[in-house]
Design a protein around this ligand. Structure first.
Ligand SMILES: C[C@@H]1N[C@@H](C(=O)NCc2ccccc2)[C@H](O)[C@@H]1O
Length: 447
C-alpha cells in the first residue's frame, strides 16, 4: 500500500459504544434552515432554478442583496419544542441541523463572524433551544457545518497564488475556531456533519483536515464524523489512496441509496434524502416528483436492510413554520413507525436472500427477522427462502399479531400467505426463527 500520513488511521469500522448507538438509529431527520428560507427559491418574484439553499450562487442574484436578507430574519413562528415533538412523533432517533450552510450565515452567536443570528432582528441563539428541545425528547443532535463559506472573503475555491494561501490559512483558523465554539456551546452534540468540501482548496488541505478531525475528537471523545470532512495528502476524498474510508461512516449517499449490498463495502453508512427531487432549504414551489410516505418508508426499509440509516430532510419556512406536506409526512411515517418500528430500530441486514416483495431486516435486540412487504404478489403468497439450519417457529403480522399460514414448497422454499385486502402502507411480518436441531428436539416426543 501507498505510505500515507493523512489517510485513514483505522482499518474497519469503529467498535466503540458511541458508534454502536449511531448504528442503531435507523431513522433520522435533517433540517435545513437559514436566510435562503426567506426567498424560498424565488427572486424579485421570479422562480430561480436549482436548490433553494443555493440561490445566493445564482447569476440572477446579487450576493450583497442576498446577504441583506439578514435584516429580515425574524422567525416569529420558530418553536423548537414543537419541532422536537413533531420529530419525536415521526419516530426520529437523531437529527442533523444546519448551523452554517454555504452562504455563511451562522444560526449561533459566533464571535468570529458578523454574519450571525445576533446581527438579525431575532438577536437570539437558535441552536441552543433546538438542542435542548430535541435532547429532551430523547433525540440525539448532530450539527451540520459547511466548510465552504461564500460570505467569508478568505474562502477560496482554488489556491493559485501565495496570497490565496495566506487568505486560506486565515480561513482554516476561522473554521477551527467556529467548530470549537459549536462543541463548547453545545456539549451534548453527538457528531458533526460536514459539507462543502469538494473544491480544490480543500482537496489541497488534506493535512489540515486530518489534524482538524483529530483536534475535534480530542475535544469531544466519541464524536461521530462522516467521510465528507477529510482529504488525504493526495487530494482523495471519502476513500484514501489505499481505498480505505476516511471517517466514521460513508457519507457519499446524498439523495441516493446503494443498489446492492456489495456497494456498501462493509462500511457504516447513512442516506440523506429530500422530499422533492432536490430541495433542502424551503422552496415555495415544489416542482417535479414529491415523495409519498410509502415511498419514504420503502427507502427507510431499503437502507436498514443494507445496514444503513435513513435521514429525511425538512425545510422550515423563513418564519419558522413547517409546510403542510412535511407535517403530513411526519405524521404518516410516525403512524407506521409506531406499529412497525421494531423492524427498523437497532436492526440491520438479515441473512435471508432478498425477494421481490420487499426487504428483510434483522433486529439486533430481539434476534427476530422482519419481512417489510411493499410489492404484494397477485397470489398474496410471499416466497421465503429459509437459510440453512434455520426453521421458522412463528410468522405474525406486526400490529395485529395475526399468525399467517406457512406452506412448505420444497427444500428451503416456503410460502407465507399475506391476508388479502388493499393496504395504504407496507405490511411487516415478524419471523421467529430457531435452529434446525432445536426444532427436531422440540418434535421428539418427551419419553
Ligand atoms: C446535504 C446537501 N449537500 C448540499 C450540496 O451542495 N449538495 C450538492 C453536492 C452533492 C454531492 C457532491 C457535491 C455537491 C446541499 O445544499 C445540502 O446541504
Amino acid at each position: 500500500s501507498i505510505p500515507l500520513r493523512h489517510g485513514a488511521h483505522r482499518i474497519g469500522n469503529r467498535t466503540d459504544s458511541d458508534m454502536a448507538h449511531w448504528r442503531d438509529y435507523g431513522l433520522g431527520q435533517f433540517i435545513h434552515w437559514g436566510l435562503y428560507a426567506i426567498p424560498g427559491g424565488f427572486w424579485h418574484g421570479q422562480p430561480v432554478n436549482g436548490a433553494a439553499e443555493w440561490i445566493r450562487s445564482s447569476k440572477k442574484v446579487d450576493p450583497k442583496e442576498y446577504d441583506a436578507l439578514i435584516s429580515q430574519f425574524n422567525p416569529v413562528k420558530y418553536d423548537p419544542v414543537a419541532w422536537a415533538l413533531m420529530a419525536k412523533n415521526m419516530g426520529t432517533k437523531y437529527v442533523t441541523f444546519t448551523t452554517k450552510h454555504h452562504d455563511g450565515f451562522c444560526l449561533w452567536p459566533s464571535k468570529y463572524s458578523d454574519f450571525t443570528i445576533m446581527q438579525s432582528p431575532w438577536k437570539k441563539d437558535i441552536i441552543k433551544p433546538f438542542v435542548e428541545a430535541y435532547n429532551k425528547q430523547g433525540i440525539d443532535v448532530y450539527l451540520y457545518f459547511s466548510i465552504m463559506d461564500w460570505h467569508n472573503p478568505d474562502w477560496r475555491y482554488e489556491l493559485k497564488t501565495k496570497s490565496d494561501s495566506v487568505a486560506f490559512d486565515r480561513f482554516k483558523e476561522f473554521t477551527k475556531n467556529q467548530l470549537t465554539e459549536l462543541l463548547t456551546l453545545y456539549p451534548t452534540t453527538k457528531g458533526l456533519w460536514f459539507d462543502g468540501t469538494w473544491d480544490k482548496s480543500w482537496k489541497a488541505s488534506g493535512a489540515f483536515s486530518d489534524e482538524l478531525e483529530q483536534y475535534l475528537k480530542k475535544l469531544r471523545p466519541g464524536l461521530v464524523i462522516g467521510s465528507r470532512l477529510r482529504a488525504d495528502e493526495k487530494g482523495n476524498r471519502h476513500l484514501d489512496a489505499n481505498g480505505r474510508l476516511m471517517g466514521d461512516y460513508h457519507q457519499v449517499w446524498e439523495r441516493k441509496i446503494p443498489e446492492t449490498i456489495a456497494e456498501v463495502k462493509g462500511y457504516d453508512w447513512e442516506c440523506v434524502m429530500t422530499v422533492p427531487e432536490n430541495q433542502w432549504g424551503y422552496n415555495a414551489r415544489w416542482s417535479g416528483h414529491v415523495k409519498s410516505s410509502s415511498e419514504i418508508i420503502e427507502m427507510l426499509a431499503n437502507c436498514v436492510s443494507k445496514g444503513g440509516n435513513f435521514v429525511l430532510n425538512f425545510g422550515p419556512k423563513g418564519d419558522g413554520s413547517f409546510r403542510e406536506e412535511e407535517i403530513r409526512l411526519a405524521k404518516e411515517i410516525g403512524n407506521w413507525m409506531a406499529v412497525n418500528g421494531e423492524a427498523i430500530y437497532a436492526a440491520g441486514q438479515s441473512d435471508f436472500r432478498k425477494e421481490d416483495w420487499g426487504y428483510y431486516t434483522k433486529s439486533k435486540t430481539s434476534g427476530k427477522t422482519y419481512m417489510v412487504v411493499f410489492n404484494t404478489p397477485v397470489t398474496n403468497m410471499l416466497k421465503v427462502n429459509i437459510p440453512k439450519n434455520q426453521k421458522i417457529a412463528s410468522q405474525k403480522l406486526l400490529g395485529s399479531k395475526q399468525v399467517l399460514p406457512l406452506e412448505h414448497i420444497e427444500g428451503r422454499m416456503h410460502y407465507i400467505r399475506l391476508p388479502g385486502g388493499v393496504r395504504q402502507q407496507p405490511a411487516v411480518i415478524e419471523l421467529q426463527l430457531i435452529s434446525d436441531d432445536q426444532k427436531k428436539e422440540l418434535d421428539v416426543p418427551k419419553t
